[in-house]
Design a binder for this molecule. Structure first.
Ligand SMILES: Nc1ncnc2c1ncn2[C@@H]1O[C@H](COP(=O)(O)OP(=O)(O)OP(=O)(O)O)[C@@H](O)[C@H]1O
Ligand SMILES: [Mg+2]
Length: 541
């Protein structure tokens, strides 16, 4: 008897439907074709054991199994359940009427239990896009797949439960996850807030502008000034993720097998690893990344871990998709690692070669960097004199290439926090208040760039800069004077205008009664000029 079952496998962050044809004829043999890897070939033994232990009497047959499309490599143990159900249906142990309606996937343990697999979210989306009624998968993956609406997701503990469902002898309820509730309840981390940051008004303002215009930012300052502390809090002032952003980010974690652990740690930061996951599983908390990611790779990171590659793992740039990539101690990163950042910074995605295939992963993130101003860390610090020579300072800075700096709109100096500020009783302004201004400024930009593929001021093309960033006559004079006084480079010019545009949008967000124009004022430009610290010809002198 010839049976078709269906599954899917992820390619990049999307999934491709795989058809599994099983032909059972008299005899005793097992042939599997269609580019299976070693793990898929080994499935035969796991399936035999699982069927036996489950108490099913499977007649001996000669099975010929073909997995198509033939040119796509089938990897891992996720096809175990598909193959097992196909074989059982080919010998009429399982009814075939539902097999064309569901994608089936899951790893089988020798005792017939279903083990979770990677990439269930893209697979559930593929089920929906290809008109399937739903997916059948391990219970532990059910919430992850159930964030996709319009399909039925059935999670099962073991092989016999799946057989019972397909044969109609064991009823089952589809898993339901309330995505809207997840998005509205858990959009922001509850354990950190900008209110905890004392003083640092200038840097707080710089960060707010960066968040409002989607600008990359670098903070330069001495140890202990609060650079890491503030960077971590940036996701709390960015607008809440939309459903499509959440799904896209979650897909990346889903295919890299990092979903459950990551969601758990964001929701409950005191827990480590996977422990305690089940307490959340009912509400679907382990299923969707609803908070903007914050990734902070160490400076010893390899190029491959940073941008992805090797085996099909997305890199840190993709894990930070729709969130923040924080590079602390920027000058300590290998030069090659910083160079490979250029493509994702420019394009918002990264192409990585995997086996003979090249895979594209999204990588649209806000780059936040921090560094000391010099090897001793105290250049510019009034209380601790710097012990470095100008040559040492220049050498230190030159570790960061011009083209990378070129993509960082806001460069701000941060001083050590003063004692009076630290002792302050009152909290700083809370994240929610800052976020509301950021949200309004972003709304202005969404309107401005409607119908284009630009989303925020940082992404403006040169012609847009000319159109939307027009200094008034007095501001023009100040800009010219500042460029000459500080010896600002040509590349600083466009950056200054873009940042001034964002400052103007923030001003407009707080004064909705005033008409919004393309004109930039002196005050807006002067503020923006302050954010070109590293472009000054006298830096380090
Ligand atoms: N502005 C601040 N308000 C409140 N606490 C602060 C502030 N700045 C620093 N701290 C305290 O100092 C600790 C160290 O700050 P943080 O790690 O952010 O410094 P850093 O600038 O990243 O230093 P390094 O260059 O050594 O990485 C923080 O965890 C916090 O407890
Ligand atoms: Mg730090």
């Amino acid at each position: 008897m010839l049976i078709n079952t269906y599954s899917a496998t992820s390619v990049g962050i999307d999934a491709v439907i795989v058809t599994v044809e099983v032909h059972a004829t008299p005899g005793y043999d097992f042939t599997l074709v269609g580019l299976p890897d070693a793990a898929v070939k080994e499935s035969h033994d796991r399936i035999l054991s699982a069927i036996l232990v489950s108490g099913i009497r499977q007649p001996q047959r000669q099975y010929t199994i073909n997995m198509s499309p033939a040119d796509l490599k089938k990897e891992g143990a996720a096809f175990d359940l598909t193959l097992a159900i196909g074989q059982l249906a080919a010998t009429e142990q399982v009814q075939s009427r539902l097999l064309s309606e569901f994608l089936i996937l899951g790893e089988l343990s020798l005792d017939g239990h279903l083990r979770p697999v990677h990439g269930c979210l893209p697979i559930a989306l593929a089920a929906k896009n290809n008109g399937f009624r739903g997916v059948i998968l391990p219970a532990e993956n059910a919430n992850e797949a159930a964030v996709v609406d319009g399909i039925e997701v059935y999670g099962f503990e073991c092989l016999t439960d799946v057989i019972g469902f397909l044969n109609g002898t064991q009823p089952a309820e589809p898993t339901h996850v309330d995505v809207d509730q997840l998005l509205s309840t858990y959009a922001f981390p509850s354990d950190i807030d900008f209110a905890e940051v004392r003083g640092q008004q200038e840097v707080r303002r710089a960060i707010e502008i960066a968040a409002a215009g989607g600008h990359n930012i670098i903070m330069i300052g001495p140890p202990g000034a609060g650079k890491s502390m503030m960077a971590k809090r940036i996701p709390t002032i960015l607008p809440a993720m939309t459903l499509s952003e959440a799904l896209e980010t979650t897909k990346i974690y889903s295919v890299s097998g990092k979903l459950r652990k990551t969601v758990q740690q964001r929701i409950n930061p005191t827990s480590h690893g996977d422990s305690g996951l089940t307490s959340h599983s009912d509400s679907g908390l382990t299923s969707l990344i609803v908070q903007r990611p914050f990734r902070s790779p160490h400076h010893t990171i390899t190029d491959v871990t940073l941008v992805g590659g090797g085996n099909p793992q997305p890199g840190e740039v993709s894990l930070a998709h729709n969130g923040v990539l924080f590079l602390d101690e920027l000058a300590e990163f290998k030069r090659t690692a910083l160079e490979v950042l250029r493509q994702p910074l420019e394009d918002g995605h990264i192409t990585v070669a995997r086996n003979k295939l090249s895979v594209d992963y999204p990588a649209h993130f806000m780059l936040v960097a921090a560094m000391n101003p010099c090897p001793c860390g105290h250049y510019g610090d009034l209380k601790h004199p710097c012990t470095c020579t100008p040559a040492q300072r220049h050498r230190y800075m030159s570790r960061i290439s011009g083209p990378l700096l070129d993509r960082i709109d806001i460069q701000c100096h941060i001083d050590a926090v003063g004692y009076d500020d630290l002792r302050q009783k009152a909290d700083g302004e809370p994240s929610a208040a800052i976020r509301e201004r950021v949200r309004k400024a972003r709304a202005i930009q969404t309107e401005r760039f409607r119908g284009t593929n630009i989303h925020c001021n940082a992404q403006m093309t040169p012609s847009m800069v000319r159109q939307y960033c027009q200094p008034d006559a007095q501001a023009e004079q100040h800009l010219r004077a500042a460029m000459e006084l500080y010896g600002l480079s040509a590349r600083a010019y466009d950056r200054i205008l873009k940042v001034a545009r964002t400052i103007a949008d923030l001003d407009a967000a707080t004064h909705p009664d005033q008409p919004l124009t393309n004109i930039l004022t002196t005050s807006q430009l002067l503020q923006a000029i302050q954010f070109r610290q590293l472009d000054r010809a006298d830096w380090g002198e």
